[in-house]
Design a protein around this ligand. Structure first.
Ligand SMILES: [Zn+2]
Length: 237
């Protein structure tokens, strides 16, 4: 598999506009639509490794999908409200290492949201529509089945004193900066980094990290791609 060259900028680096996306090589999952920013409900590609599936505004998980291995994040050493959040057991070892190493660095990362059921996505999306109207809600919140949170491998993270949902957690906090630099080493990737909206079709979300495993995340880091096009290519490569 040919990995395209990447510029000196880190994708998703704080305050840095990413370089033009490298041209994608062969190896794509067959059957995905190219106009995936259109809102529709096509099945996400099946994979023995569900953490690598592609979710976007066109491709969704079925309403019936729920991970069979949800555990409390307390299994990864989180306490309080964070410890009660549900995650797939497959992320626990890496999440525990991330938590421990960030704590050693003097940082305090907490979890505001992790697994979300299909039913909870229905109510969340409807509440965004009520607040913002449909057009804006579609940019800010996934329609039911389209959220990476349904995988159980995705979390929204925060740190003490941070309240600005629409601020830049990735630049304005030590924890956010540490995750940009180090999250991938533990398998965690920011799905919707700054400047990626034309590719991901979702707004910048500096707090939203999806686990894809250390091996895939290292390949992602080397690729220079945003997560969605990387996954489309990596799974089929
Ligand atoms: Zn999120």
């Amino acid at each position: 598999m040919v990995v395209p060259a990447r510029g000196p900028e880190r994708l998703g680096a704080p305050g840095v506009t990413p370089p033009v996306q490298p041209r994608l090589e062969a190896g794509f999952i067959a059957g995905l639509v190219s106009d995936y920013c259109a809102d529709r409900d096509l099945p996400a590609p099946s994979s023995a490794r569900i953490e690598l599936t592609v979710l976007d505004r066109s491709h969704a998980l079925p309403a019936s999908y729920a991970p069979g291995d949800l555990v409390s994040a307390s299994a990864a050493g989180f306490a309080g409200g964070s410890g009660g959040k549900l995650v797939s057991s497959r992320i626990v070892n890496d999440l525990a290492a991330l938590r421990a190493d960030s704590a050693t660095a003097g940082l305090s990362i907490s979890i505001t949201s992790a697994y979300r059921s299909y039913a909870s996505q229905v109510s969340t999306f409807n509440s965004w529509v009520a607040r913002l109207g449909l057009a804006t809600a579609l940019q800010r919140s996934a329609r039911p089945g389209h959220s990476e949170h349904q995988l159980g491998t995705t979390m929204d993270l925060t740190s003490p004193g941070w309240n600005g949902r629409f601020g830049n957690w990735a630049t304005e906090t030590a924890e956010g900066r540490w995750l940009v630099e180090n999250g991938w080493r533990y398998g965690f990737v920011m799905s919707y980094p700054l400047g990626s909206q034309d590719v991901t079709c979702f707004s910048f979300e500096p707090w939203h990290y999806r686990w894809i495993g250390r091996e895939a995340a290292a390949a992602w880091h080397a690729s220079g791609l945003y997560l969605r096009p990387f996954l489309e290519r990596y799974v089929g490569g």
